[in-house]
Design a protein around this ligand. Structure first.
Ligand SMILES: Cc1ncc(COP(=O)(O)OP(=O)(O)O)c(N)n1
Ligand SMILES: Cc1nc(C(=O)O)sc1CCOP(=O)(O)O
Ligand SMILES: [Mg+2]
Length: 228
């Protein structure tokens, strides 16, 4: 299913503030897909169960028609029910091992590690496929998230897992984050608060592509080799 051999690139995250209904959600996401997006997270902290299941299933169909992986935020059961490719779990969102049991060996499991190498080691031990560090900058989406220094990406290299950077990363700031060693750049506002998500995704790619190629050499664990 995946085009790339490694988990790398731009990681867009949905937000109901910028897509008020199913039509807008699909339009905005499809634009990002047309810009080359290959990793999307469905994140809606306000959705009830029926809206979340409906929208996650719509996104799974759309993403898979573009060879894009879909990750569900917070909820492994929803990931399974919607035929998504994996789940992102924060420190308070439950156990990675349970998610693995539920979703199987091919699922992609992501873990928030804030700026902690201890959390990162634990996440790897518990079976995470990627580690997320943030917030890197001021974030309108999650202003109170703990701050992470960009130095964390070099420090996390010996773990050999793909690392995601998140929090306030605009296309203008993305280059320095990729240079610092992140394998993926996650963004909400930088992509979906814009009128043209396709253009935004291209701008992120342009800013990051050279560093992404370089950073890939450091990754020892290749979660996508299971699905290639
Ligand atoms: C790629 C990525 N990284 C971090 C997060 C944050 O997860 P969490 O700490 O569980 O916070 P919420 O997103 O649930 O508010 C994420 N969702 N995605
Ligand atoms: C969901 C989330 N988690 C963060 C963390 O640091 O763990 S920052 C964040 C918000 C990301 O949105 P934006 O790109 O608009 O800042
Ligand atoms: Mg969470």
């Amino acid at each position: 299913m995946a085009e790339t051999a490694f988990l790398t690139g731009i990681y867009a995250i949905t937000d109901p503030r910028f897509m008020a209904d199913d039509t807008q959600l699909l339009e905005k996401v499809e634009s990002a897909l047309q810009g080359g997006l290959r990793l999307l997270q469905y994140r809606d902290k306000t959705a009830d169960a029926s809206k979340a299941l409906r929208q996650a299933r719509l996104l799974a169909d759309l993403c898979h028609s573009y060879d894009c992986l879909l990750i569900i935020n917070d909820d492994a059961e929803l990931a399974r029910a919607s035929l998504a490719d994996g789940v992102h779990l924060g420190q308070g969102d439950g156990c990675l091992r349970h998610a693995r049991e539920l979703l199987g060996t091919d699922a992609l499991l992501g873990r928030t590690c804030h700026s902690s190498l201890d959390l990162a080691h634990q996440a790897r031990q518990d079976g995470a496929d990627y580690l997320a560090f943030g917030r890197c900058f001021v974030s309108g989406t999650k202003p109170l998230a703990p701050v992470a220094d960009l130095g964390i990406f070099k420090q996390a290299r010996p773990l050999g897992l793909p690392c995601v950077a998140i929090g306030g990363i605009t296309p203008e700031l993305a280059g320095q984050v990729a240079t610092a060693g992140a394998h993926m750049i996650a963004a909400v506002e930088g992509i979906f608060a814009t009128a043209n998500p396709a253009l935004a995704v291209r701008q992120y790619h342009e800013a990051c592509a050279p560093s992404f190629s370089f950073n890939l050499n450091e990754v020892q664990h290749d979660p996508l080799s299971r699905t290639l």
